[in-house]
Design a protein around this ligand. Sequence first.
Ligand code: DP6
Length: 351
Amino acid sequence: MTTATAIAHPNIALIKYWGKADEAMSLPATGSLSMTLDVFPTRTTVTVGEGAGAGSNATAPDTLTLNDRPATDAELGRVTRFLDLVRELAGDERPAAVVSTNTVPTGAGLASSASGFAALATAAAAAYGLDLDVRALSRLARRGSGSASRSIPGGVAIWHAGDDAASFSETVAAPPLAMVIATVDAGEKHVSSREAMRRTIATSPFFPAWVTSTAASLERMVEACAAGDFTRIGELTESNALRMHATIQSAEPPIRYLTAASTRVFDAVAGMRVAGLEAYATADAGPNVVVLTRPDDREAVAAELSANAGIAQPVTTLPGPAARLESGGGADATGPAASGAGTAPGAGAPA
Ligand code: DP6
């Protein structure tokens, strides 16, 4: 019996991933760029071998415990499909027992699938004896959930569009950043991002413009990061988020993730800028808003959100670490798995 435990953190995109070029391979329509958070980690243990799948039937031999409760069939099915990729790579058909604990509210638009599949990829690769570097691990995590790819490297990460070999994530240099999370609603979202992406692609007349404009914004964002231009990073962030939501709203039937409470936060952030406190808002597939600011300004932004936008407990975060195994190893960009020893870049990732 082999056991591995991994920890991964969620990420929030500054340039969003919205839409797939290839759903089966989880290849994005455009590249994206995010900051991994230092809050809300997911901790996942994968145990392979004797008795790991005991009690389950032959068609779904894995078991999954999520936040101390047995997973639903849909949740288990998604994890089993992911583990099948790992088993194929490892040439090992044994089932696994997976135990995962999320500290981010599941389904609330705060990317629990990103930390979830990043932790699962890291733990499962180790438990099945695969030696994958950051690039290969990020390609593997991508197959579970696109945004999970970006939670494999730490800090600010770019996830490249391209074919299977080219679509990996890596850390990019960026000036000091911080975020403040404004949770306006911790409930489950009504349309999953996966489903909403499909609907947007199938029905939105604006989707092609979203793809071309996001590719251009990503190039500008990479330049702004390299130049350390915080203002430009913030402007591109808020503009790209609102373009994503406009595109989603233009689907048929429409999907609206932002609520009146979300809009109040966007307004409060605009007010902060007028008052000289530099902050920019973004939001994923849910009503919660995340505010990008400079590290020195994060407490002031949190205080403003409490005072002027009705946010009960804003959570501040700095750039978070890479996904890692709990006892040494892992995918830390500065750690042993990325040191160049072992697997060649991209080797071993799913075909
Ligand atoms: C709005 O990565 O959850 O958060 O690949 O279908 O699992 P799947 O989608 P997912 O979508 C994330 C969408 C987003 C934007 C982003 O994180 O870039």
